[in-house]
Write a protein that binds this ligand. Structure first.
Ligand SMILES: [Zn+2]
Length: 424
């Protein structure tokens, strides 16, 4: 067979498999894997495992037993399937998280019904990202049913907890040595970026808790104390009038969408002080106040400078007053990640997208983060991107949905990409 014949044969197989692919998406949606707390993870890992086995994969279950998120009622079980290639070369890996966020209010359909109407599949996880996981599995199956064995193994994994950071999921697979640069050549994460878009990376995240400490005194004689809530006032003002405008001046070269997200941001996530939330209040000057900030930073800014800029501002606000003190605790650090320039993975996806959708591929970067950080930063798998059906705008929304035609197109693109990267 010529390369064109092989490609056509694989695309034909995806079309023939559409019914099975959609049925598998529906079965995944009908198993509510709501996180938190992580419902039905074991059942879902086993559902994916059985489907992988039917498609010729050998299966491994990896449970993150040592992680604090893991418990007997809510086990953190991940599944990896491996379809052998002609050689033992590093694998082509496709990873999808199977946890979903809670349904929330405002649905006009059953969030876990997996209904299809007018070619649209509805349900929590239809876009983010059970359809993507199913499309990946059936992309591999289309290659197998076309009678083709790739030069390298294909791996498909289903992992937990992406919505809450992925530490017991993708991060665990990387930490325990199951996903490394030695055994994994390329990784695709089918997050919902639309069938014509490749997402090459994401910005950085820095969450910090800033605690102001004051001096307690009687509330009727506040001048004898130092009010920590009052101390937080000038800090909030400085964040708003100094730091936020400075951040807004800087533009990344990463193709982040939407366009406004090409600048970093600083969001005040929470504030609490004094006797807030206590059943009874007594007359005291507030001696503590806590602020949580969510800073999204650019690849070009880097983490060290991002953190230093905040510390410097806090120092300035604290000034000479010894009774006004601020402490900073790092809560979450996610470094920005981007696939290397000229990555063969991106090139193969671009070519496949153009072939399947007859439109040029769009290269984007994500405003938020996803499991790419764990593949790249812990596993060392630099050639990792996100590509999958559904749109980001649909993720986590009521009446979340995904067009069946998008699922099929994405499966075709992934199949051609695997074919291209996996044959000489
Ligand atoms: Zn997702």
């Amino acid at each position: 067979m010529t390369a064109t014949d092989t490609r056509d044969a694989v695309l034909r197989q995806v079309d023939e498999l559409e019914g099975e692919l959609v049925d598998f998406c529906q079965r995944l949606i009908r198993l509510p894997t709501v996180n938190p707390p992580g419902e039905n993870y074991l059942e879902c890992a086993e559902l994916i495992g059985r489907e992988l086995e039917t498609c010729g994969f050998s299966i491994e279950y990896l449970t993150a037993e040592a992680r604090p998120e893991h418990s007997e009622p809510f086990p953190r079980t991940n599944v990896i399937g491996r379809l052998p290639g002609r050689s033992e070369h590093p694998a082509l890996h496709v990873n999808g998280h199977f946890d979903v966020v809670p349904a929330g209010d405002g649905w006009t359909r059953d969030p876990f019904g997996g209904e299809i109407e007018d070619g649209i599949l509805y349900g929590r996880g239809s876009a983010d990202m059970k359809a993507g996981l199913a499309a990946a599995l059936y992309a591999a199956e289309a290659i197998r049913r076309a009678g083709i064995t790739l030069d390298v193994p294909i791996e498909v994994s289903g992992t937990v907890d992406e919505e809450s950071g992925g530490l017991a999921g993708a991060a665990y697979l990387a930490e325990c040595g199951r996903i490394t640069a030695d055994n994994t050549a390329y990784a695709i994460i089918p997050e919902p970026f639309s069938p014509h878009r490749v997402c090459i990376g994401h910005r950085g995240v820095y969450w910090a808790k800033i605690t102001a400490t004051g001096h307690i005194a009687h509330g009727s004689m506040p001048w004898l104390g130092t009010n920590a809530i009052d101390s937080m006032g000038p800090l909030l003002e400085a964040l708003r009038t100094e730091l936020q405008p400075a951040i807004a001046e800087r533009l990344t070269n990463m193709p982040v969408v939407p366009e406004d997200a090409r600048r970093g941001s600083l969001n005040i996530n929470a504030i609490a002080g004094g006797q807030y939330g206590q059943p009874t209040q007594t007359p005291c000057v507030a001696d503590h106040c806590e602020l949580i900030i969510d800073r999204r930073y650019l690849l070009e800014e880097g983490f060290d400078a991002t953190r230093a800029e905040i510390l410097e501002l806090i120092d300035r606000v604290a000034g000479e007053d010894e009774r006004r003190r601020f402490d900073v605790e790092d809560m979450l650090i996610v470094h920005p990640t981007q696939a290397p320039d000229g990555s063969p993975l991106v090139a193969a996806l671009e070519e496949s997208i153009e072939h399947v959708t007859s439109r040029p591929a769009e290269i984007v970067a994500s405003p938020g983060t996803y499991d790419q950080k764990h593949f790249a930063r812990i596993g060392g798998v630099e050639h990792c991107v996100a590509y999958g059906p559904g749109t980001l705008e649909e993720a986590h929304q009521p009446d979340e949905h995904c067009a069946v035609s998008d699922i099929v197109d994405s499966a075709k693109v992934m199949a051609l990409t695997l074919l291209k990267l996996g044959t000489g």
